[in-house]
Write a protein that binds this ligand. Structure first.
Ligand SMILES: C[S@@+](CC[C@H](N)C(=O)[O-])C[C@H]1O[C@@H](n2cnc3c(N)ncnc32)[C@H](O)[C@@H]1O
Length: 351
């Protein structure tokens, strides 16, 4: 049980390793991170068996930037026959679990394995229930079986309340046909990640106002309008007519970096593809000056040192708020719908 295993976007294994190493060092958990390029996963191998549990107890999964899912446990080799028997044997020392998720990596090999997993899940679940290893009414941890190949699985545990909301951390969101662009799913995913579902009616409601910087053609504006908000869409490009027809959108052809809302608004969202430092400075101004109370902004990642650069930006934004003496909660995540970017969420806490 000395390994903390994480899923990530393929190509970001190095960032996941850097993040895990930094977290572990800061919490005095000794070990080392390793990953294979393009494997969509990484491991932090702890020197002591209770290292992963210590890390999970001290870190909020939602605060991690690059890992999409995590679990503590160990790898086991699977034979061609009686895989269930081998798994039951390996799980004998595990606590009784409250739920079972079978996961694969976000790679082509993983996609091919997912068919096997779907078929395997039913008999495995039955066997675990029969053996008393799974009690779906009990409050036990989640059992996460991450298949890295048909012959190797990471048998892991994670608290249901402190791990990914969806298997593999991949949200199941349906693209709304009326939305003008696919990036609409990015803002919807950001809300799922950063705003607890039970708070949507108080933090995302129809009496609110919003500004969408770099709005065209309107995928993000569509989400704001769907929540009933009055939206100022700032972009020189054209907005989808269907959105203008709702009567909830005012389209301004202006520069998002100099636009100042009058009066102030509840939400600002920004999907302008710009140098990350410029978007970060925009965030600092909007929240710092109180132009909005909450914001979701995309930060494009640099080519190199991506984790270090994101950390540096977040620290700079945080220092800016401290200097202004304003309290702002800052979240950052590479969402499933993000590619070479991360999504930041900020919320004024003192207004
Ligand atoms: C990635 S697209 C936005 C897509 C949009 N979020 C959606 O869901 O449909 C980026 C947009 O930013 C706009 N843009 C670029 N620089 C801008 C600026 N300085 N001010 C306002 N908009 C800008 C572009 O015209 C483009 O429409």
């Amino acid at each position: 049980m000395n390994t903390l295993f994480v899923h990530c976007r393929p190509g970001f294994e190095g960032e996941a390793c850097a993040e895990l190493s930094e977290l572990a060092t800061a919490r005095g958990v000794a070990g080392y991170a390793k990953a294979r390029a393009q494997s969509a996963c990484a491991e932090f191998v702890c020197h002591s068996a209770d290292g992963p549990a210590q890390l999970m107890a001290q870190v909020r999964f939602a605060d991690l930037i690059f890992p999409r899912q995590w679990a503590r446990g160990a790898f086991i080799a699977l034979p061609d026959t009686d895989r269930i028997g081998v798994l039951l044997g390996a799980l004998a020392d595990y606590p009784v679990c409250g739920s079972l998720w079978l996961e694969v990596m976000d790679t082509n090999e993983g996609k091919a394995l997912s068919t096997f997993c779907r078929k395997f899940e039913v008999p495995l679940r039955k066997a675990l229930l029969k053996a008393g290893r799974l009690d779906e009414q009990g409050g036990g941890p989640r059992l996460l079986l991450s298949f890295v190949s048909g012959r190797e699985v990471f048998t892991g545990l994670a608290p249901a309340g402190n791990s990914a909301m969806w298997p593999m951390g991949i949200p199941r969101l349906k693209f709304p046909r009326e939305a003008p662009s696919r990036s609409t799913l990015k803002l919807e995913e950001a809300w799922h990640h950063f705003v607890p579902r039970e708070q949507w009616d108080t933090r995302l409601h129809g009496d609110m106002t919003a500004v969408d910087l770099g709005a065209a053609p309107g995928g993000w504006t569509y989400q704001l309008v769907r929540r009933g908000m009055l939206v100022t869409a700032v972009d020189n490009g054209p907005m989808a007519q269907s959105l203008m027809d709702t009567g909830l959108v005012r389209h301004l052809m202006a520069d998002g970096f100099t636009y100042v809302p009058k009066p102030t608004v509840d939400w600002m969202v920004c999907d302008i593809v710009e140098k990350p430092a410029r978007n970060a400075a925009l965030l600092e101004t909007w929240l710092g000056e109180g132009y909005c109370r909450e914001a979701v902004v995309n930060l494009k990642l640099p080519m190199k040192q991506r984790y270090a650069e994101v950390r540096r930006l977040l620290e700079r934004i945080d220092a800016g708020f401290k200097a202004r003496k304003v309290k702002v909660a800052i979240g950052c995540k590479q969402l499933y719908h993000d590619r070479e970017e991360v999504t930041c969420h900020l919320r004024r806490l003192d207004k």
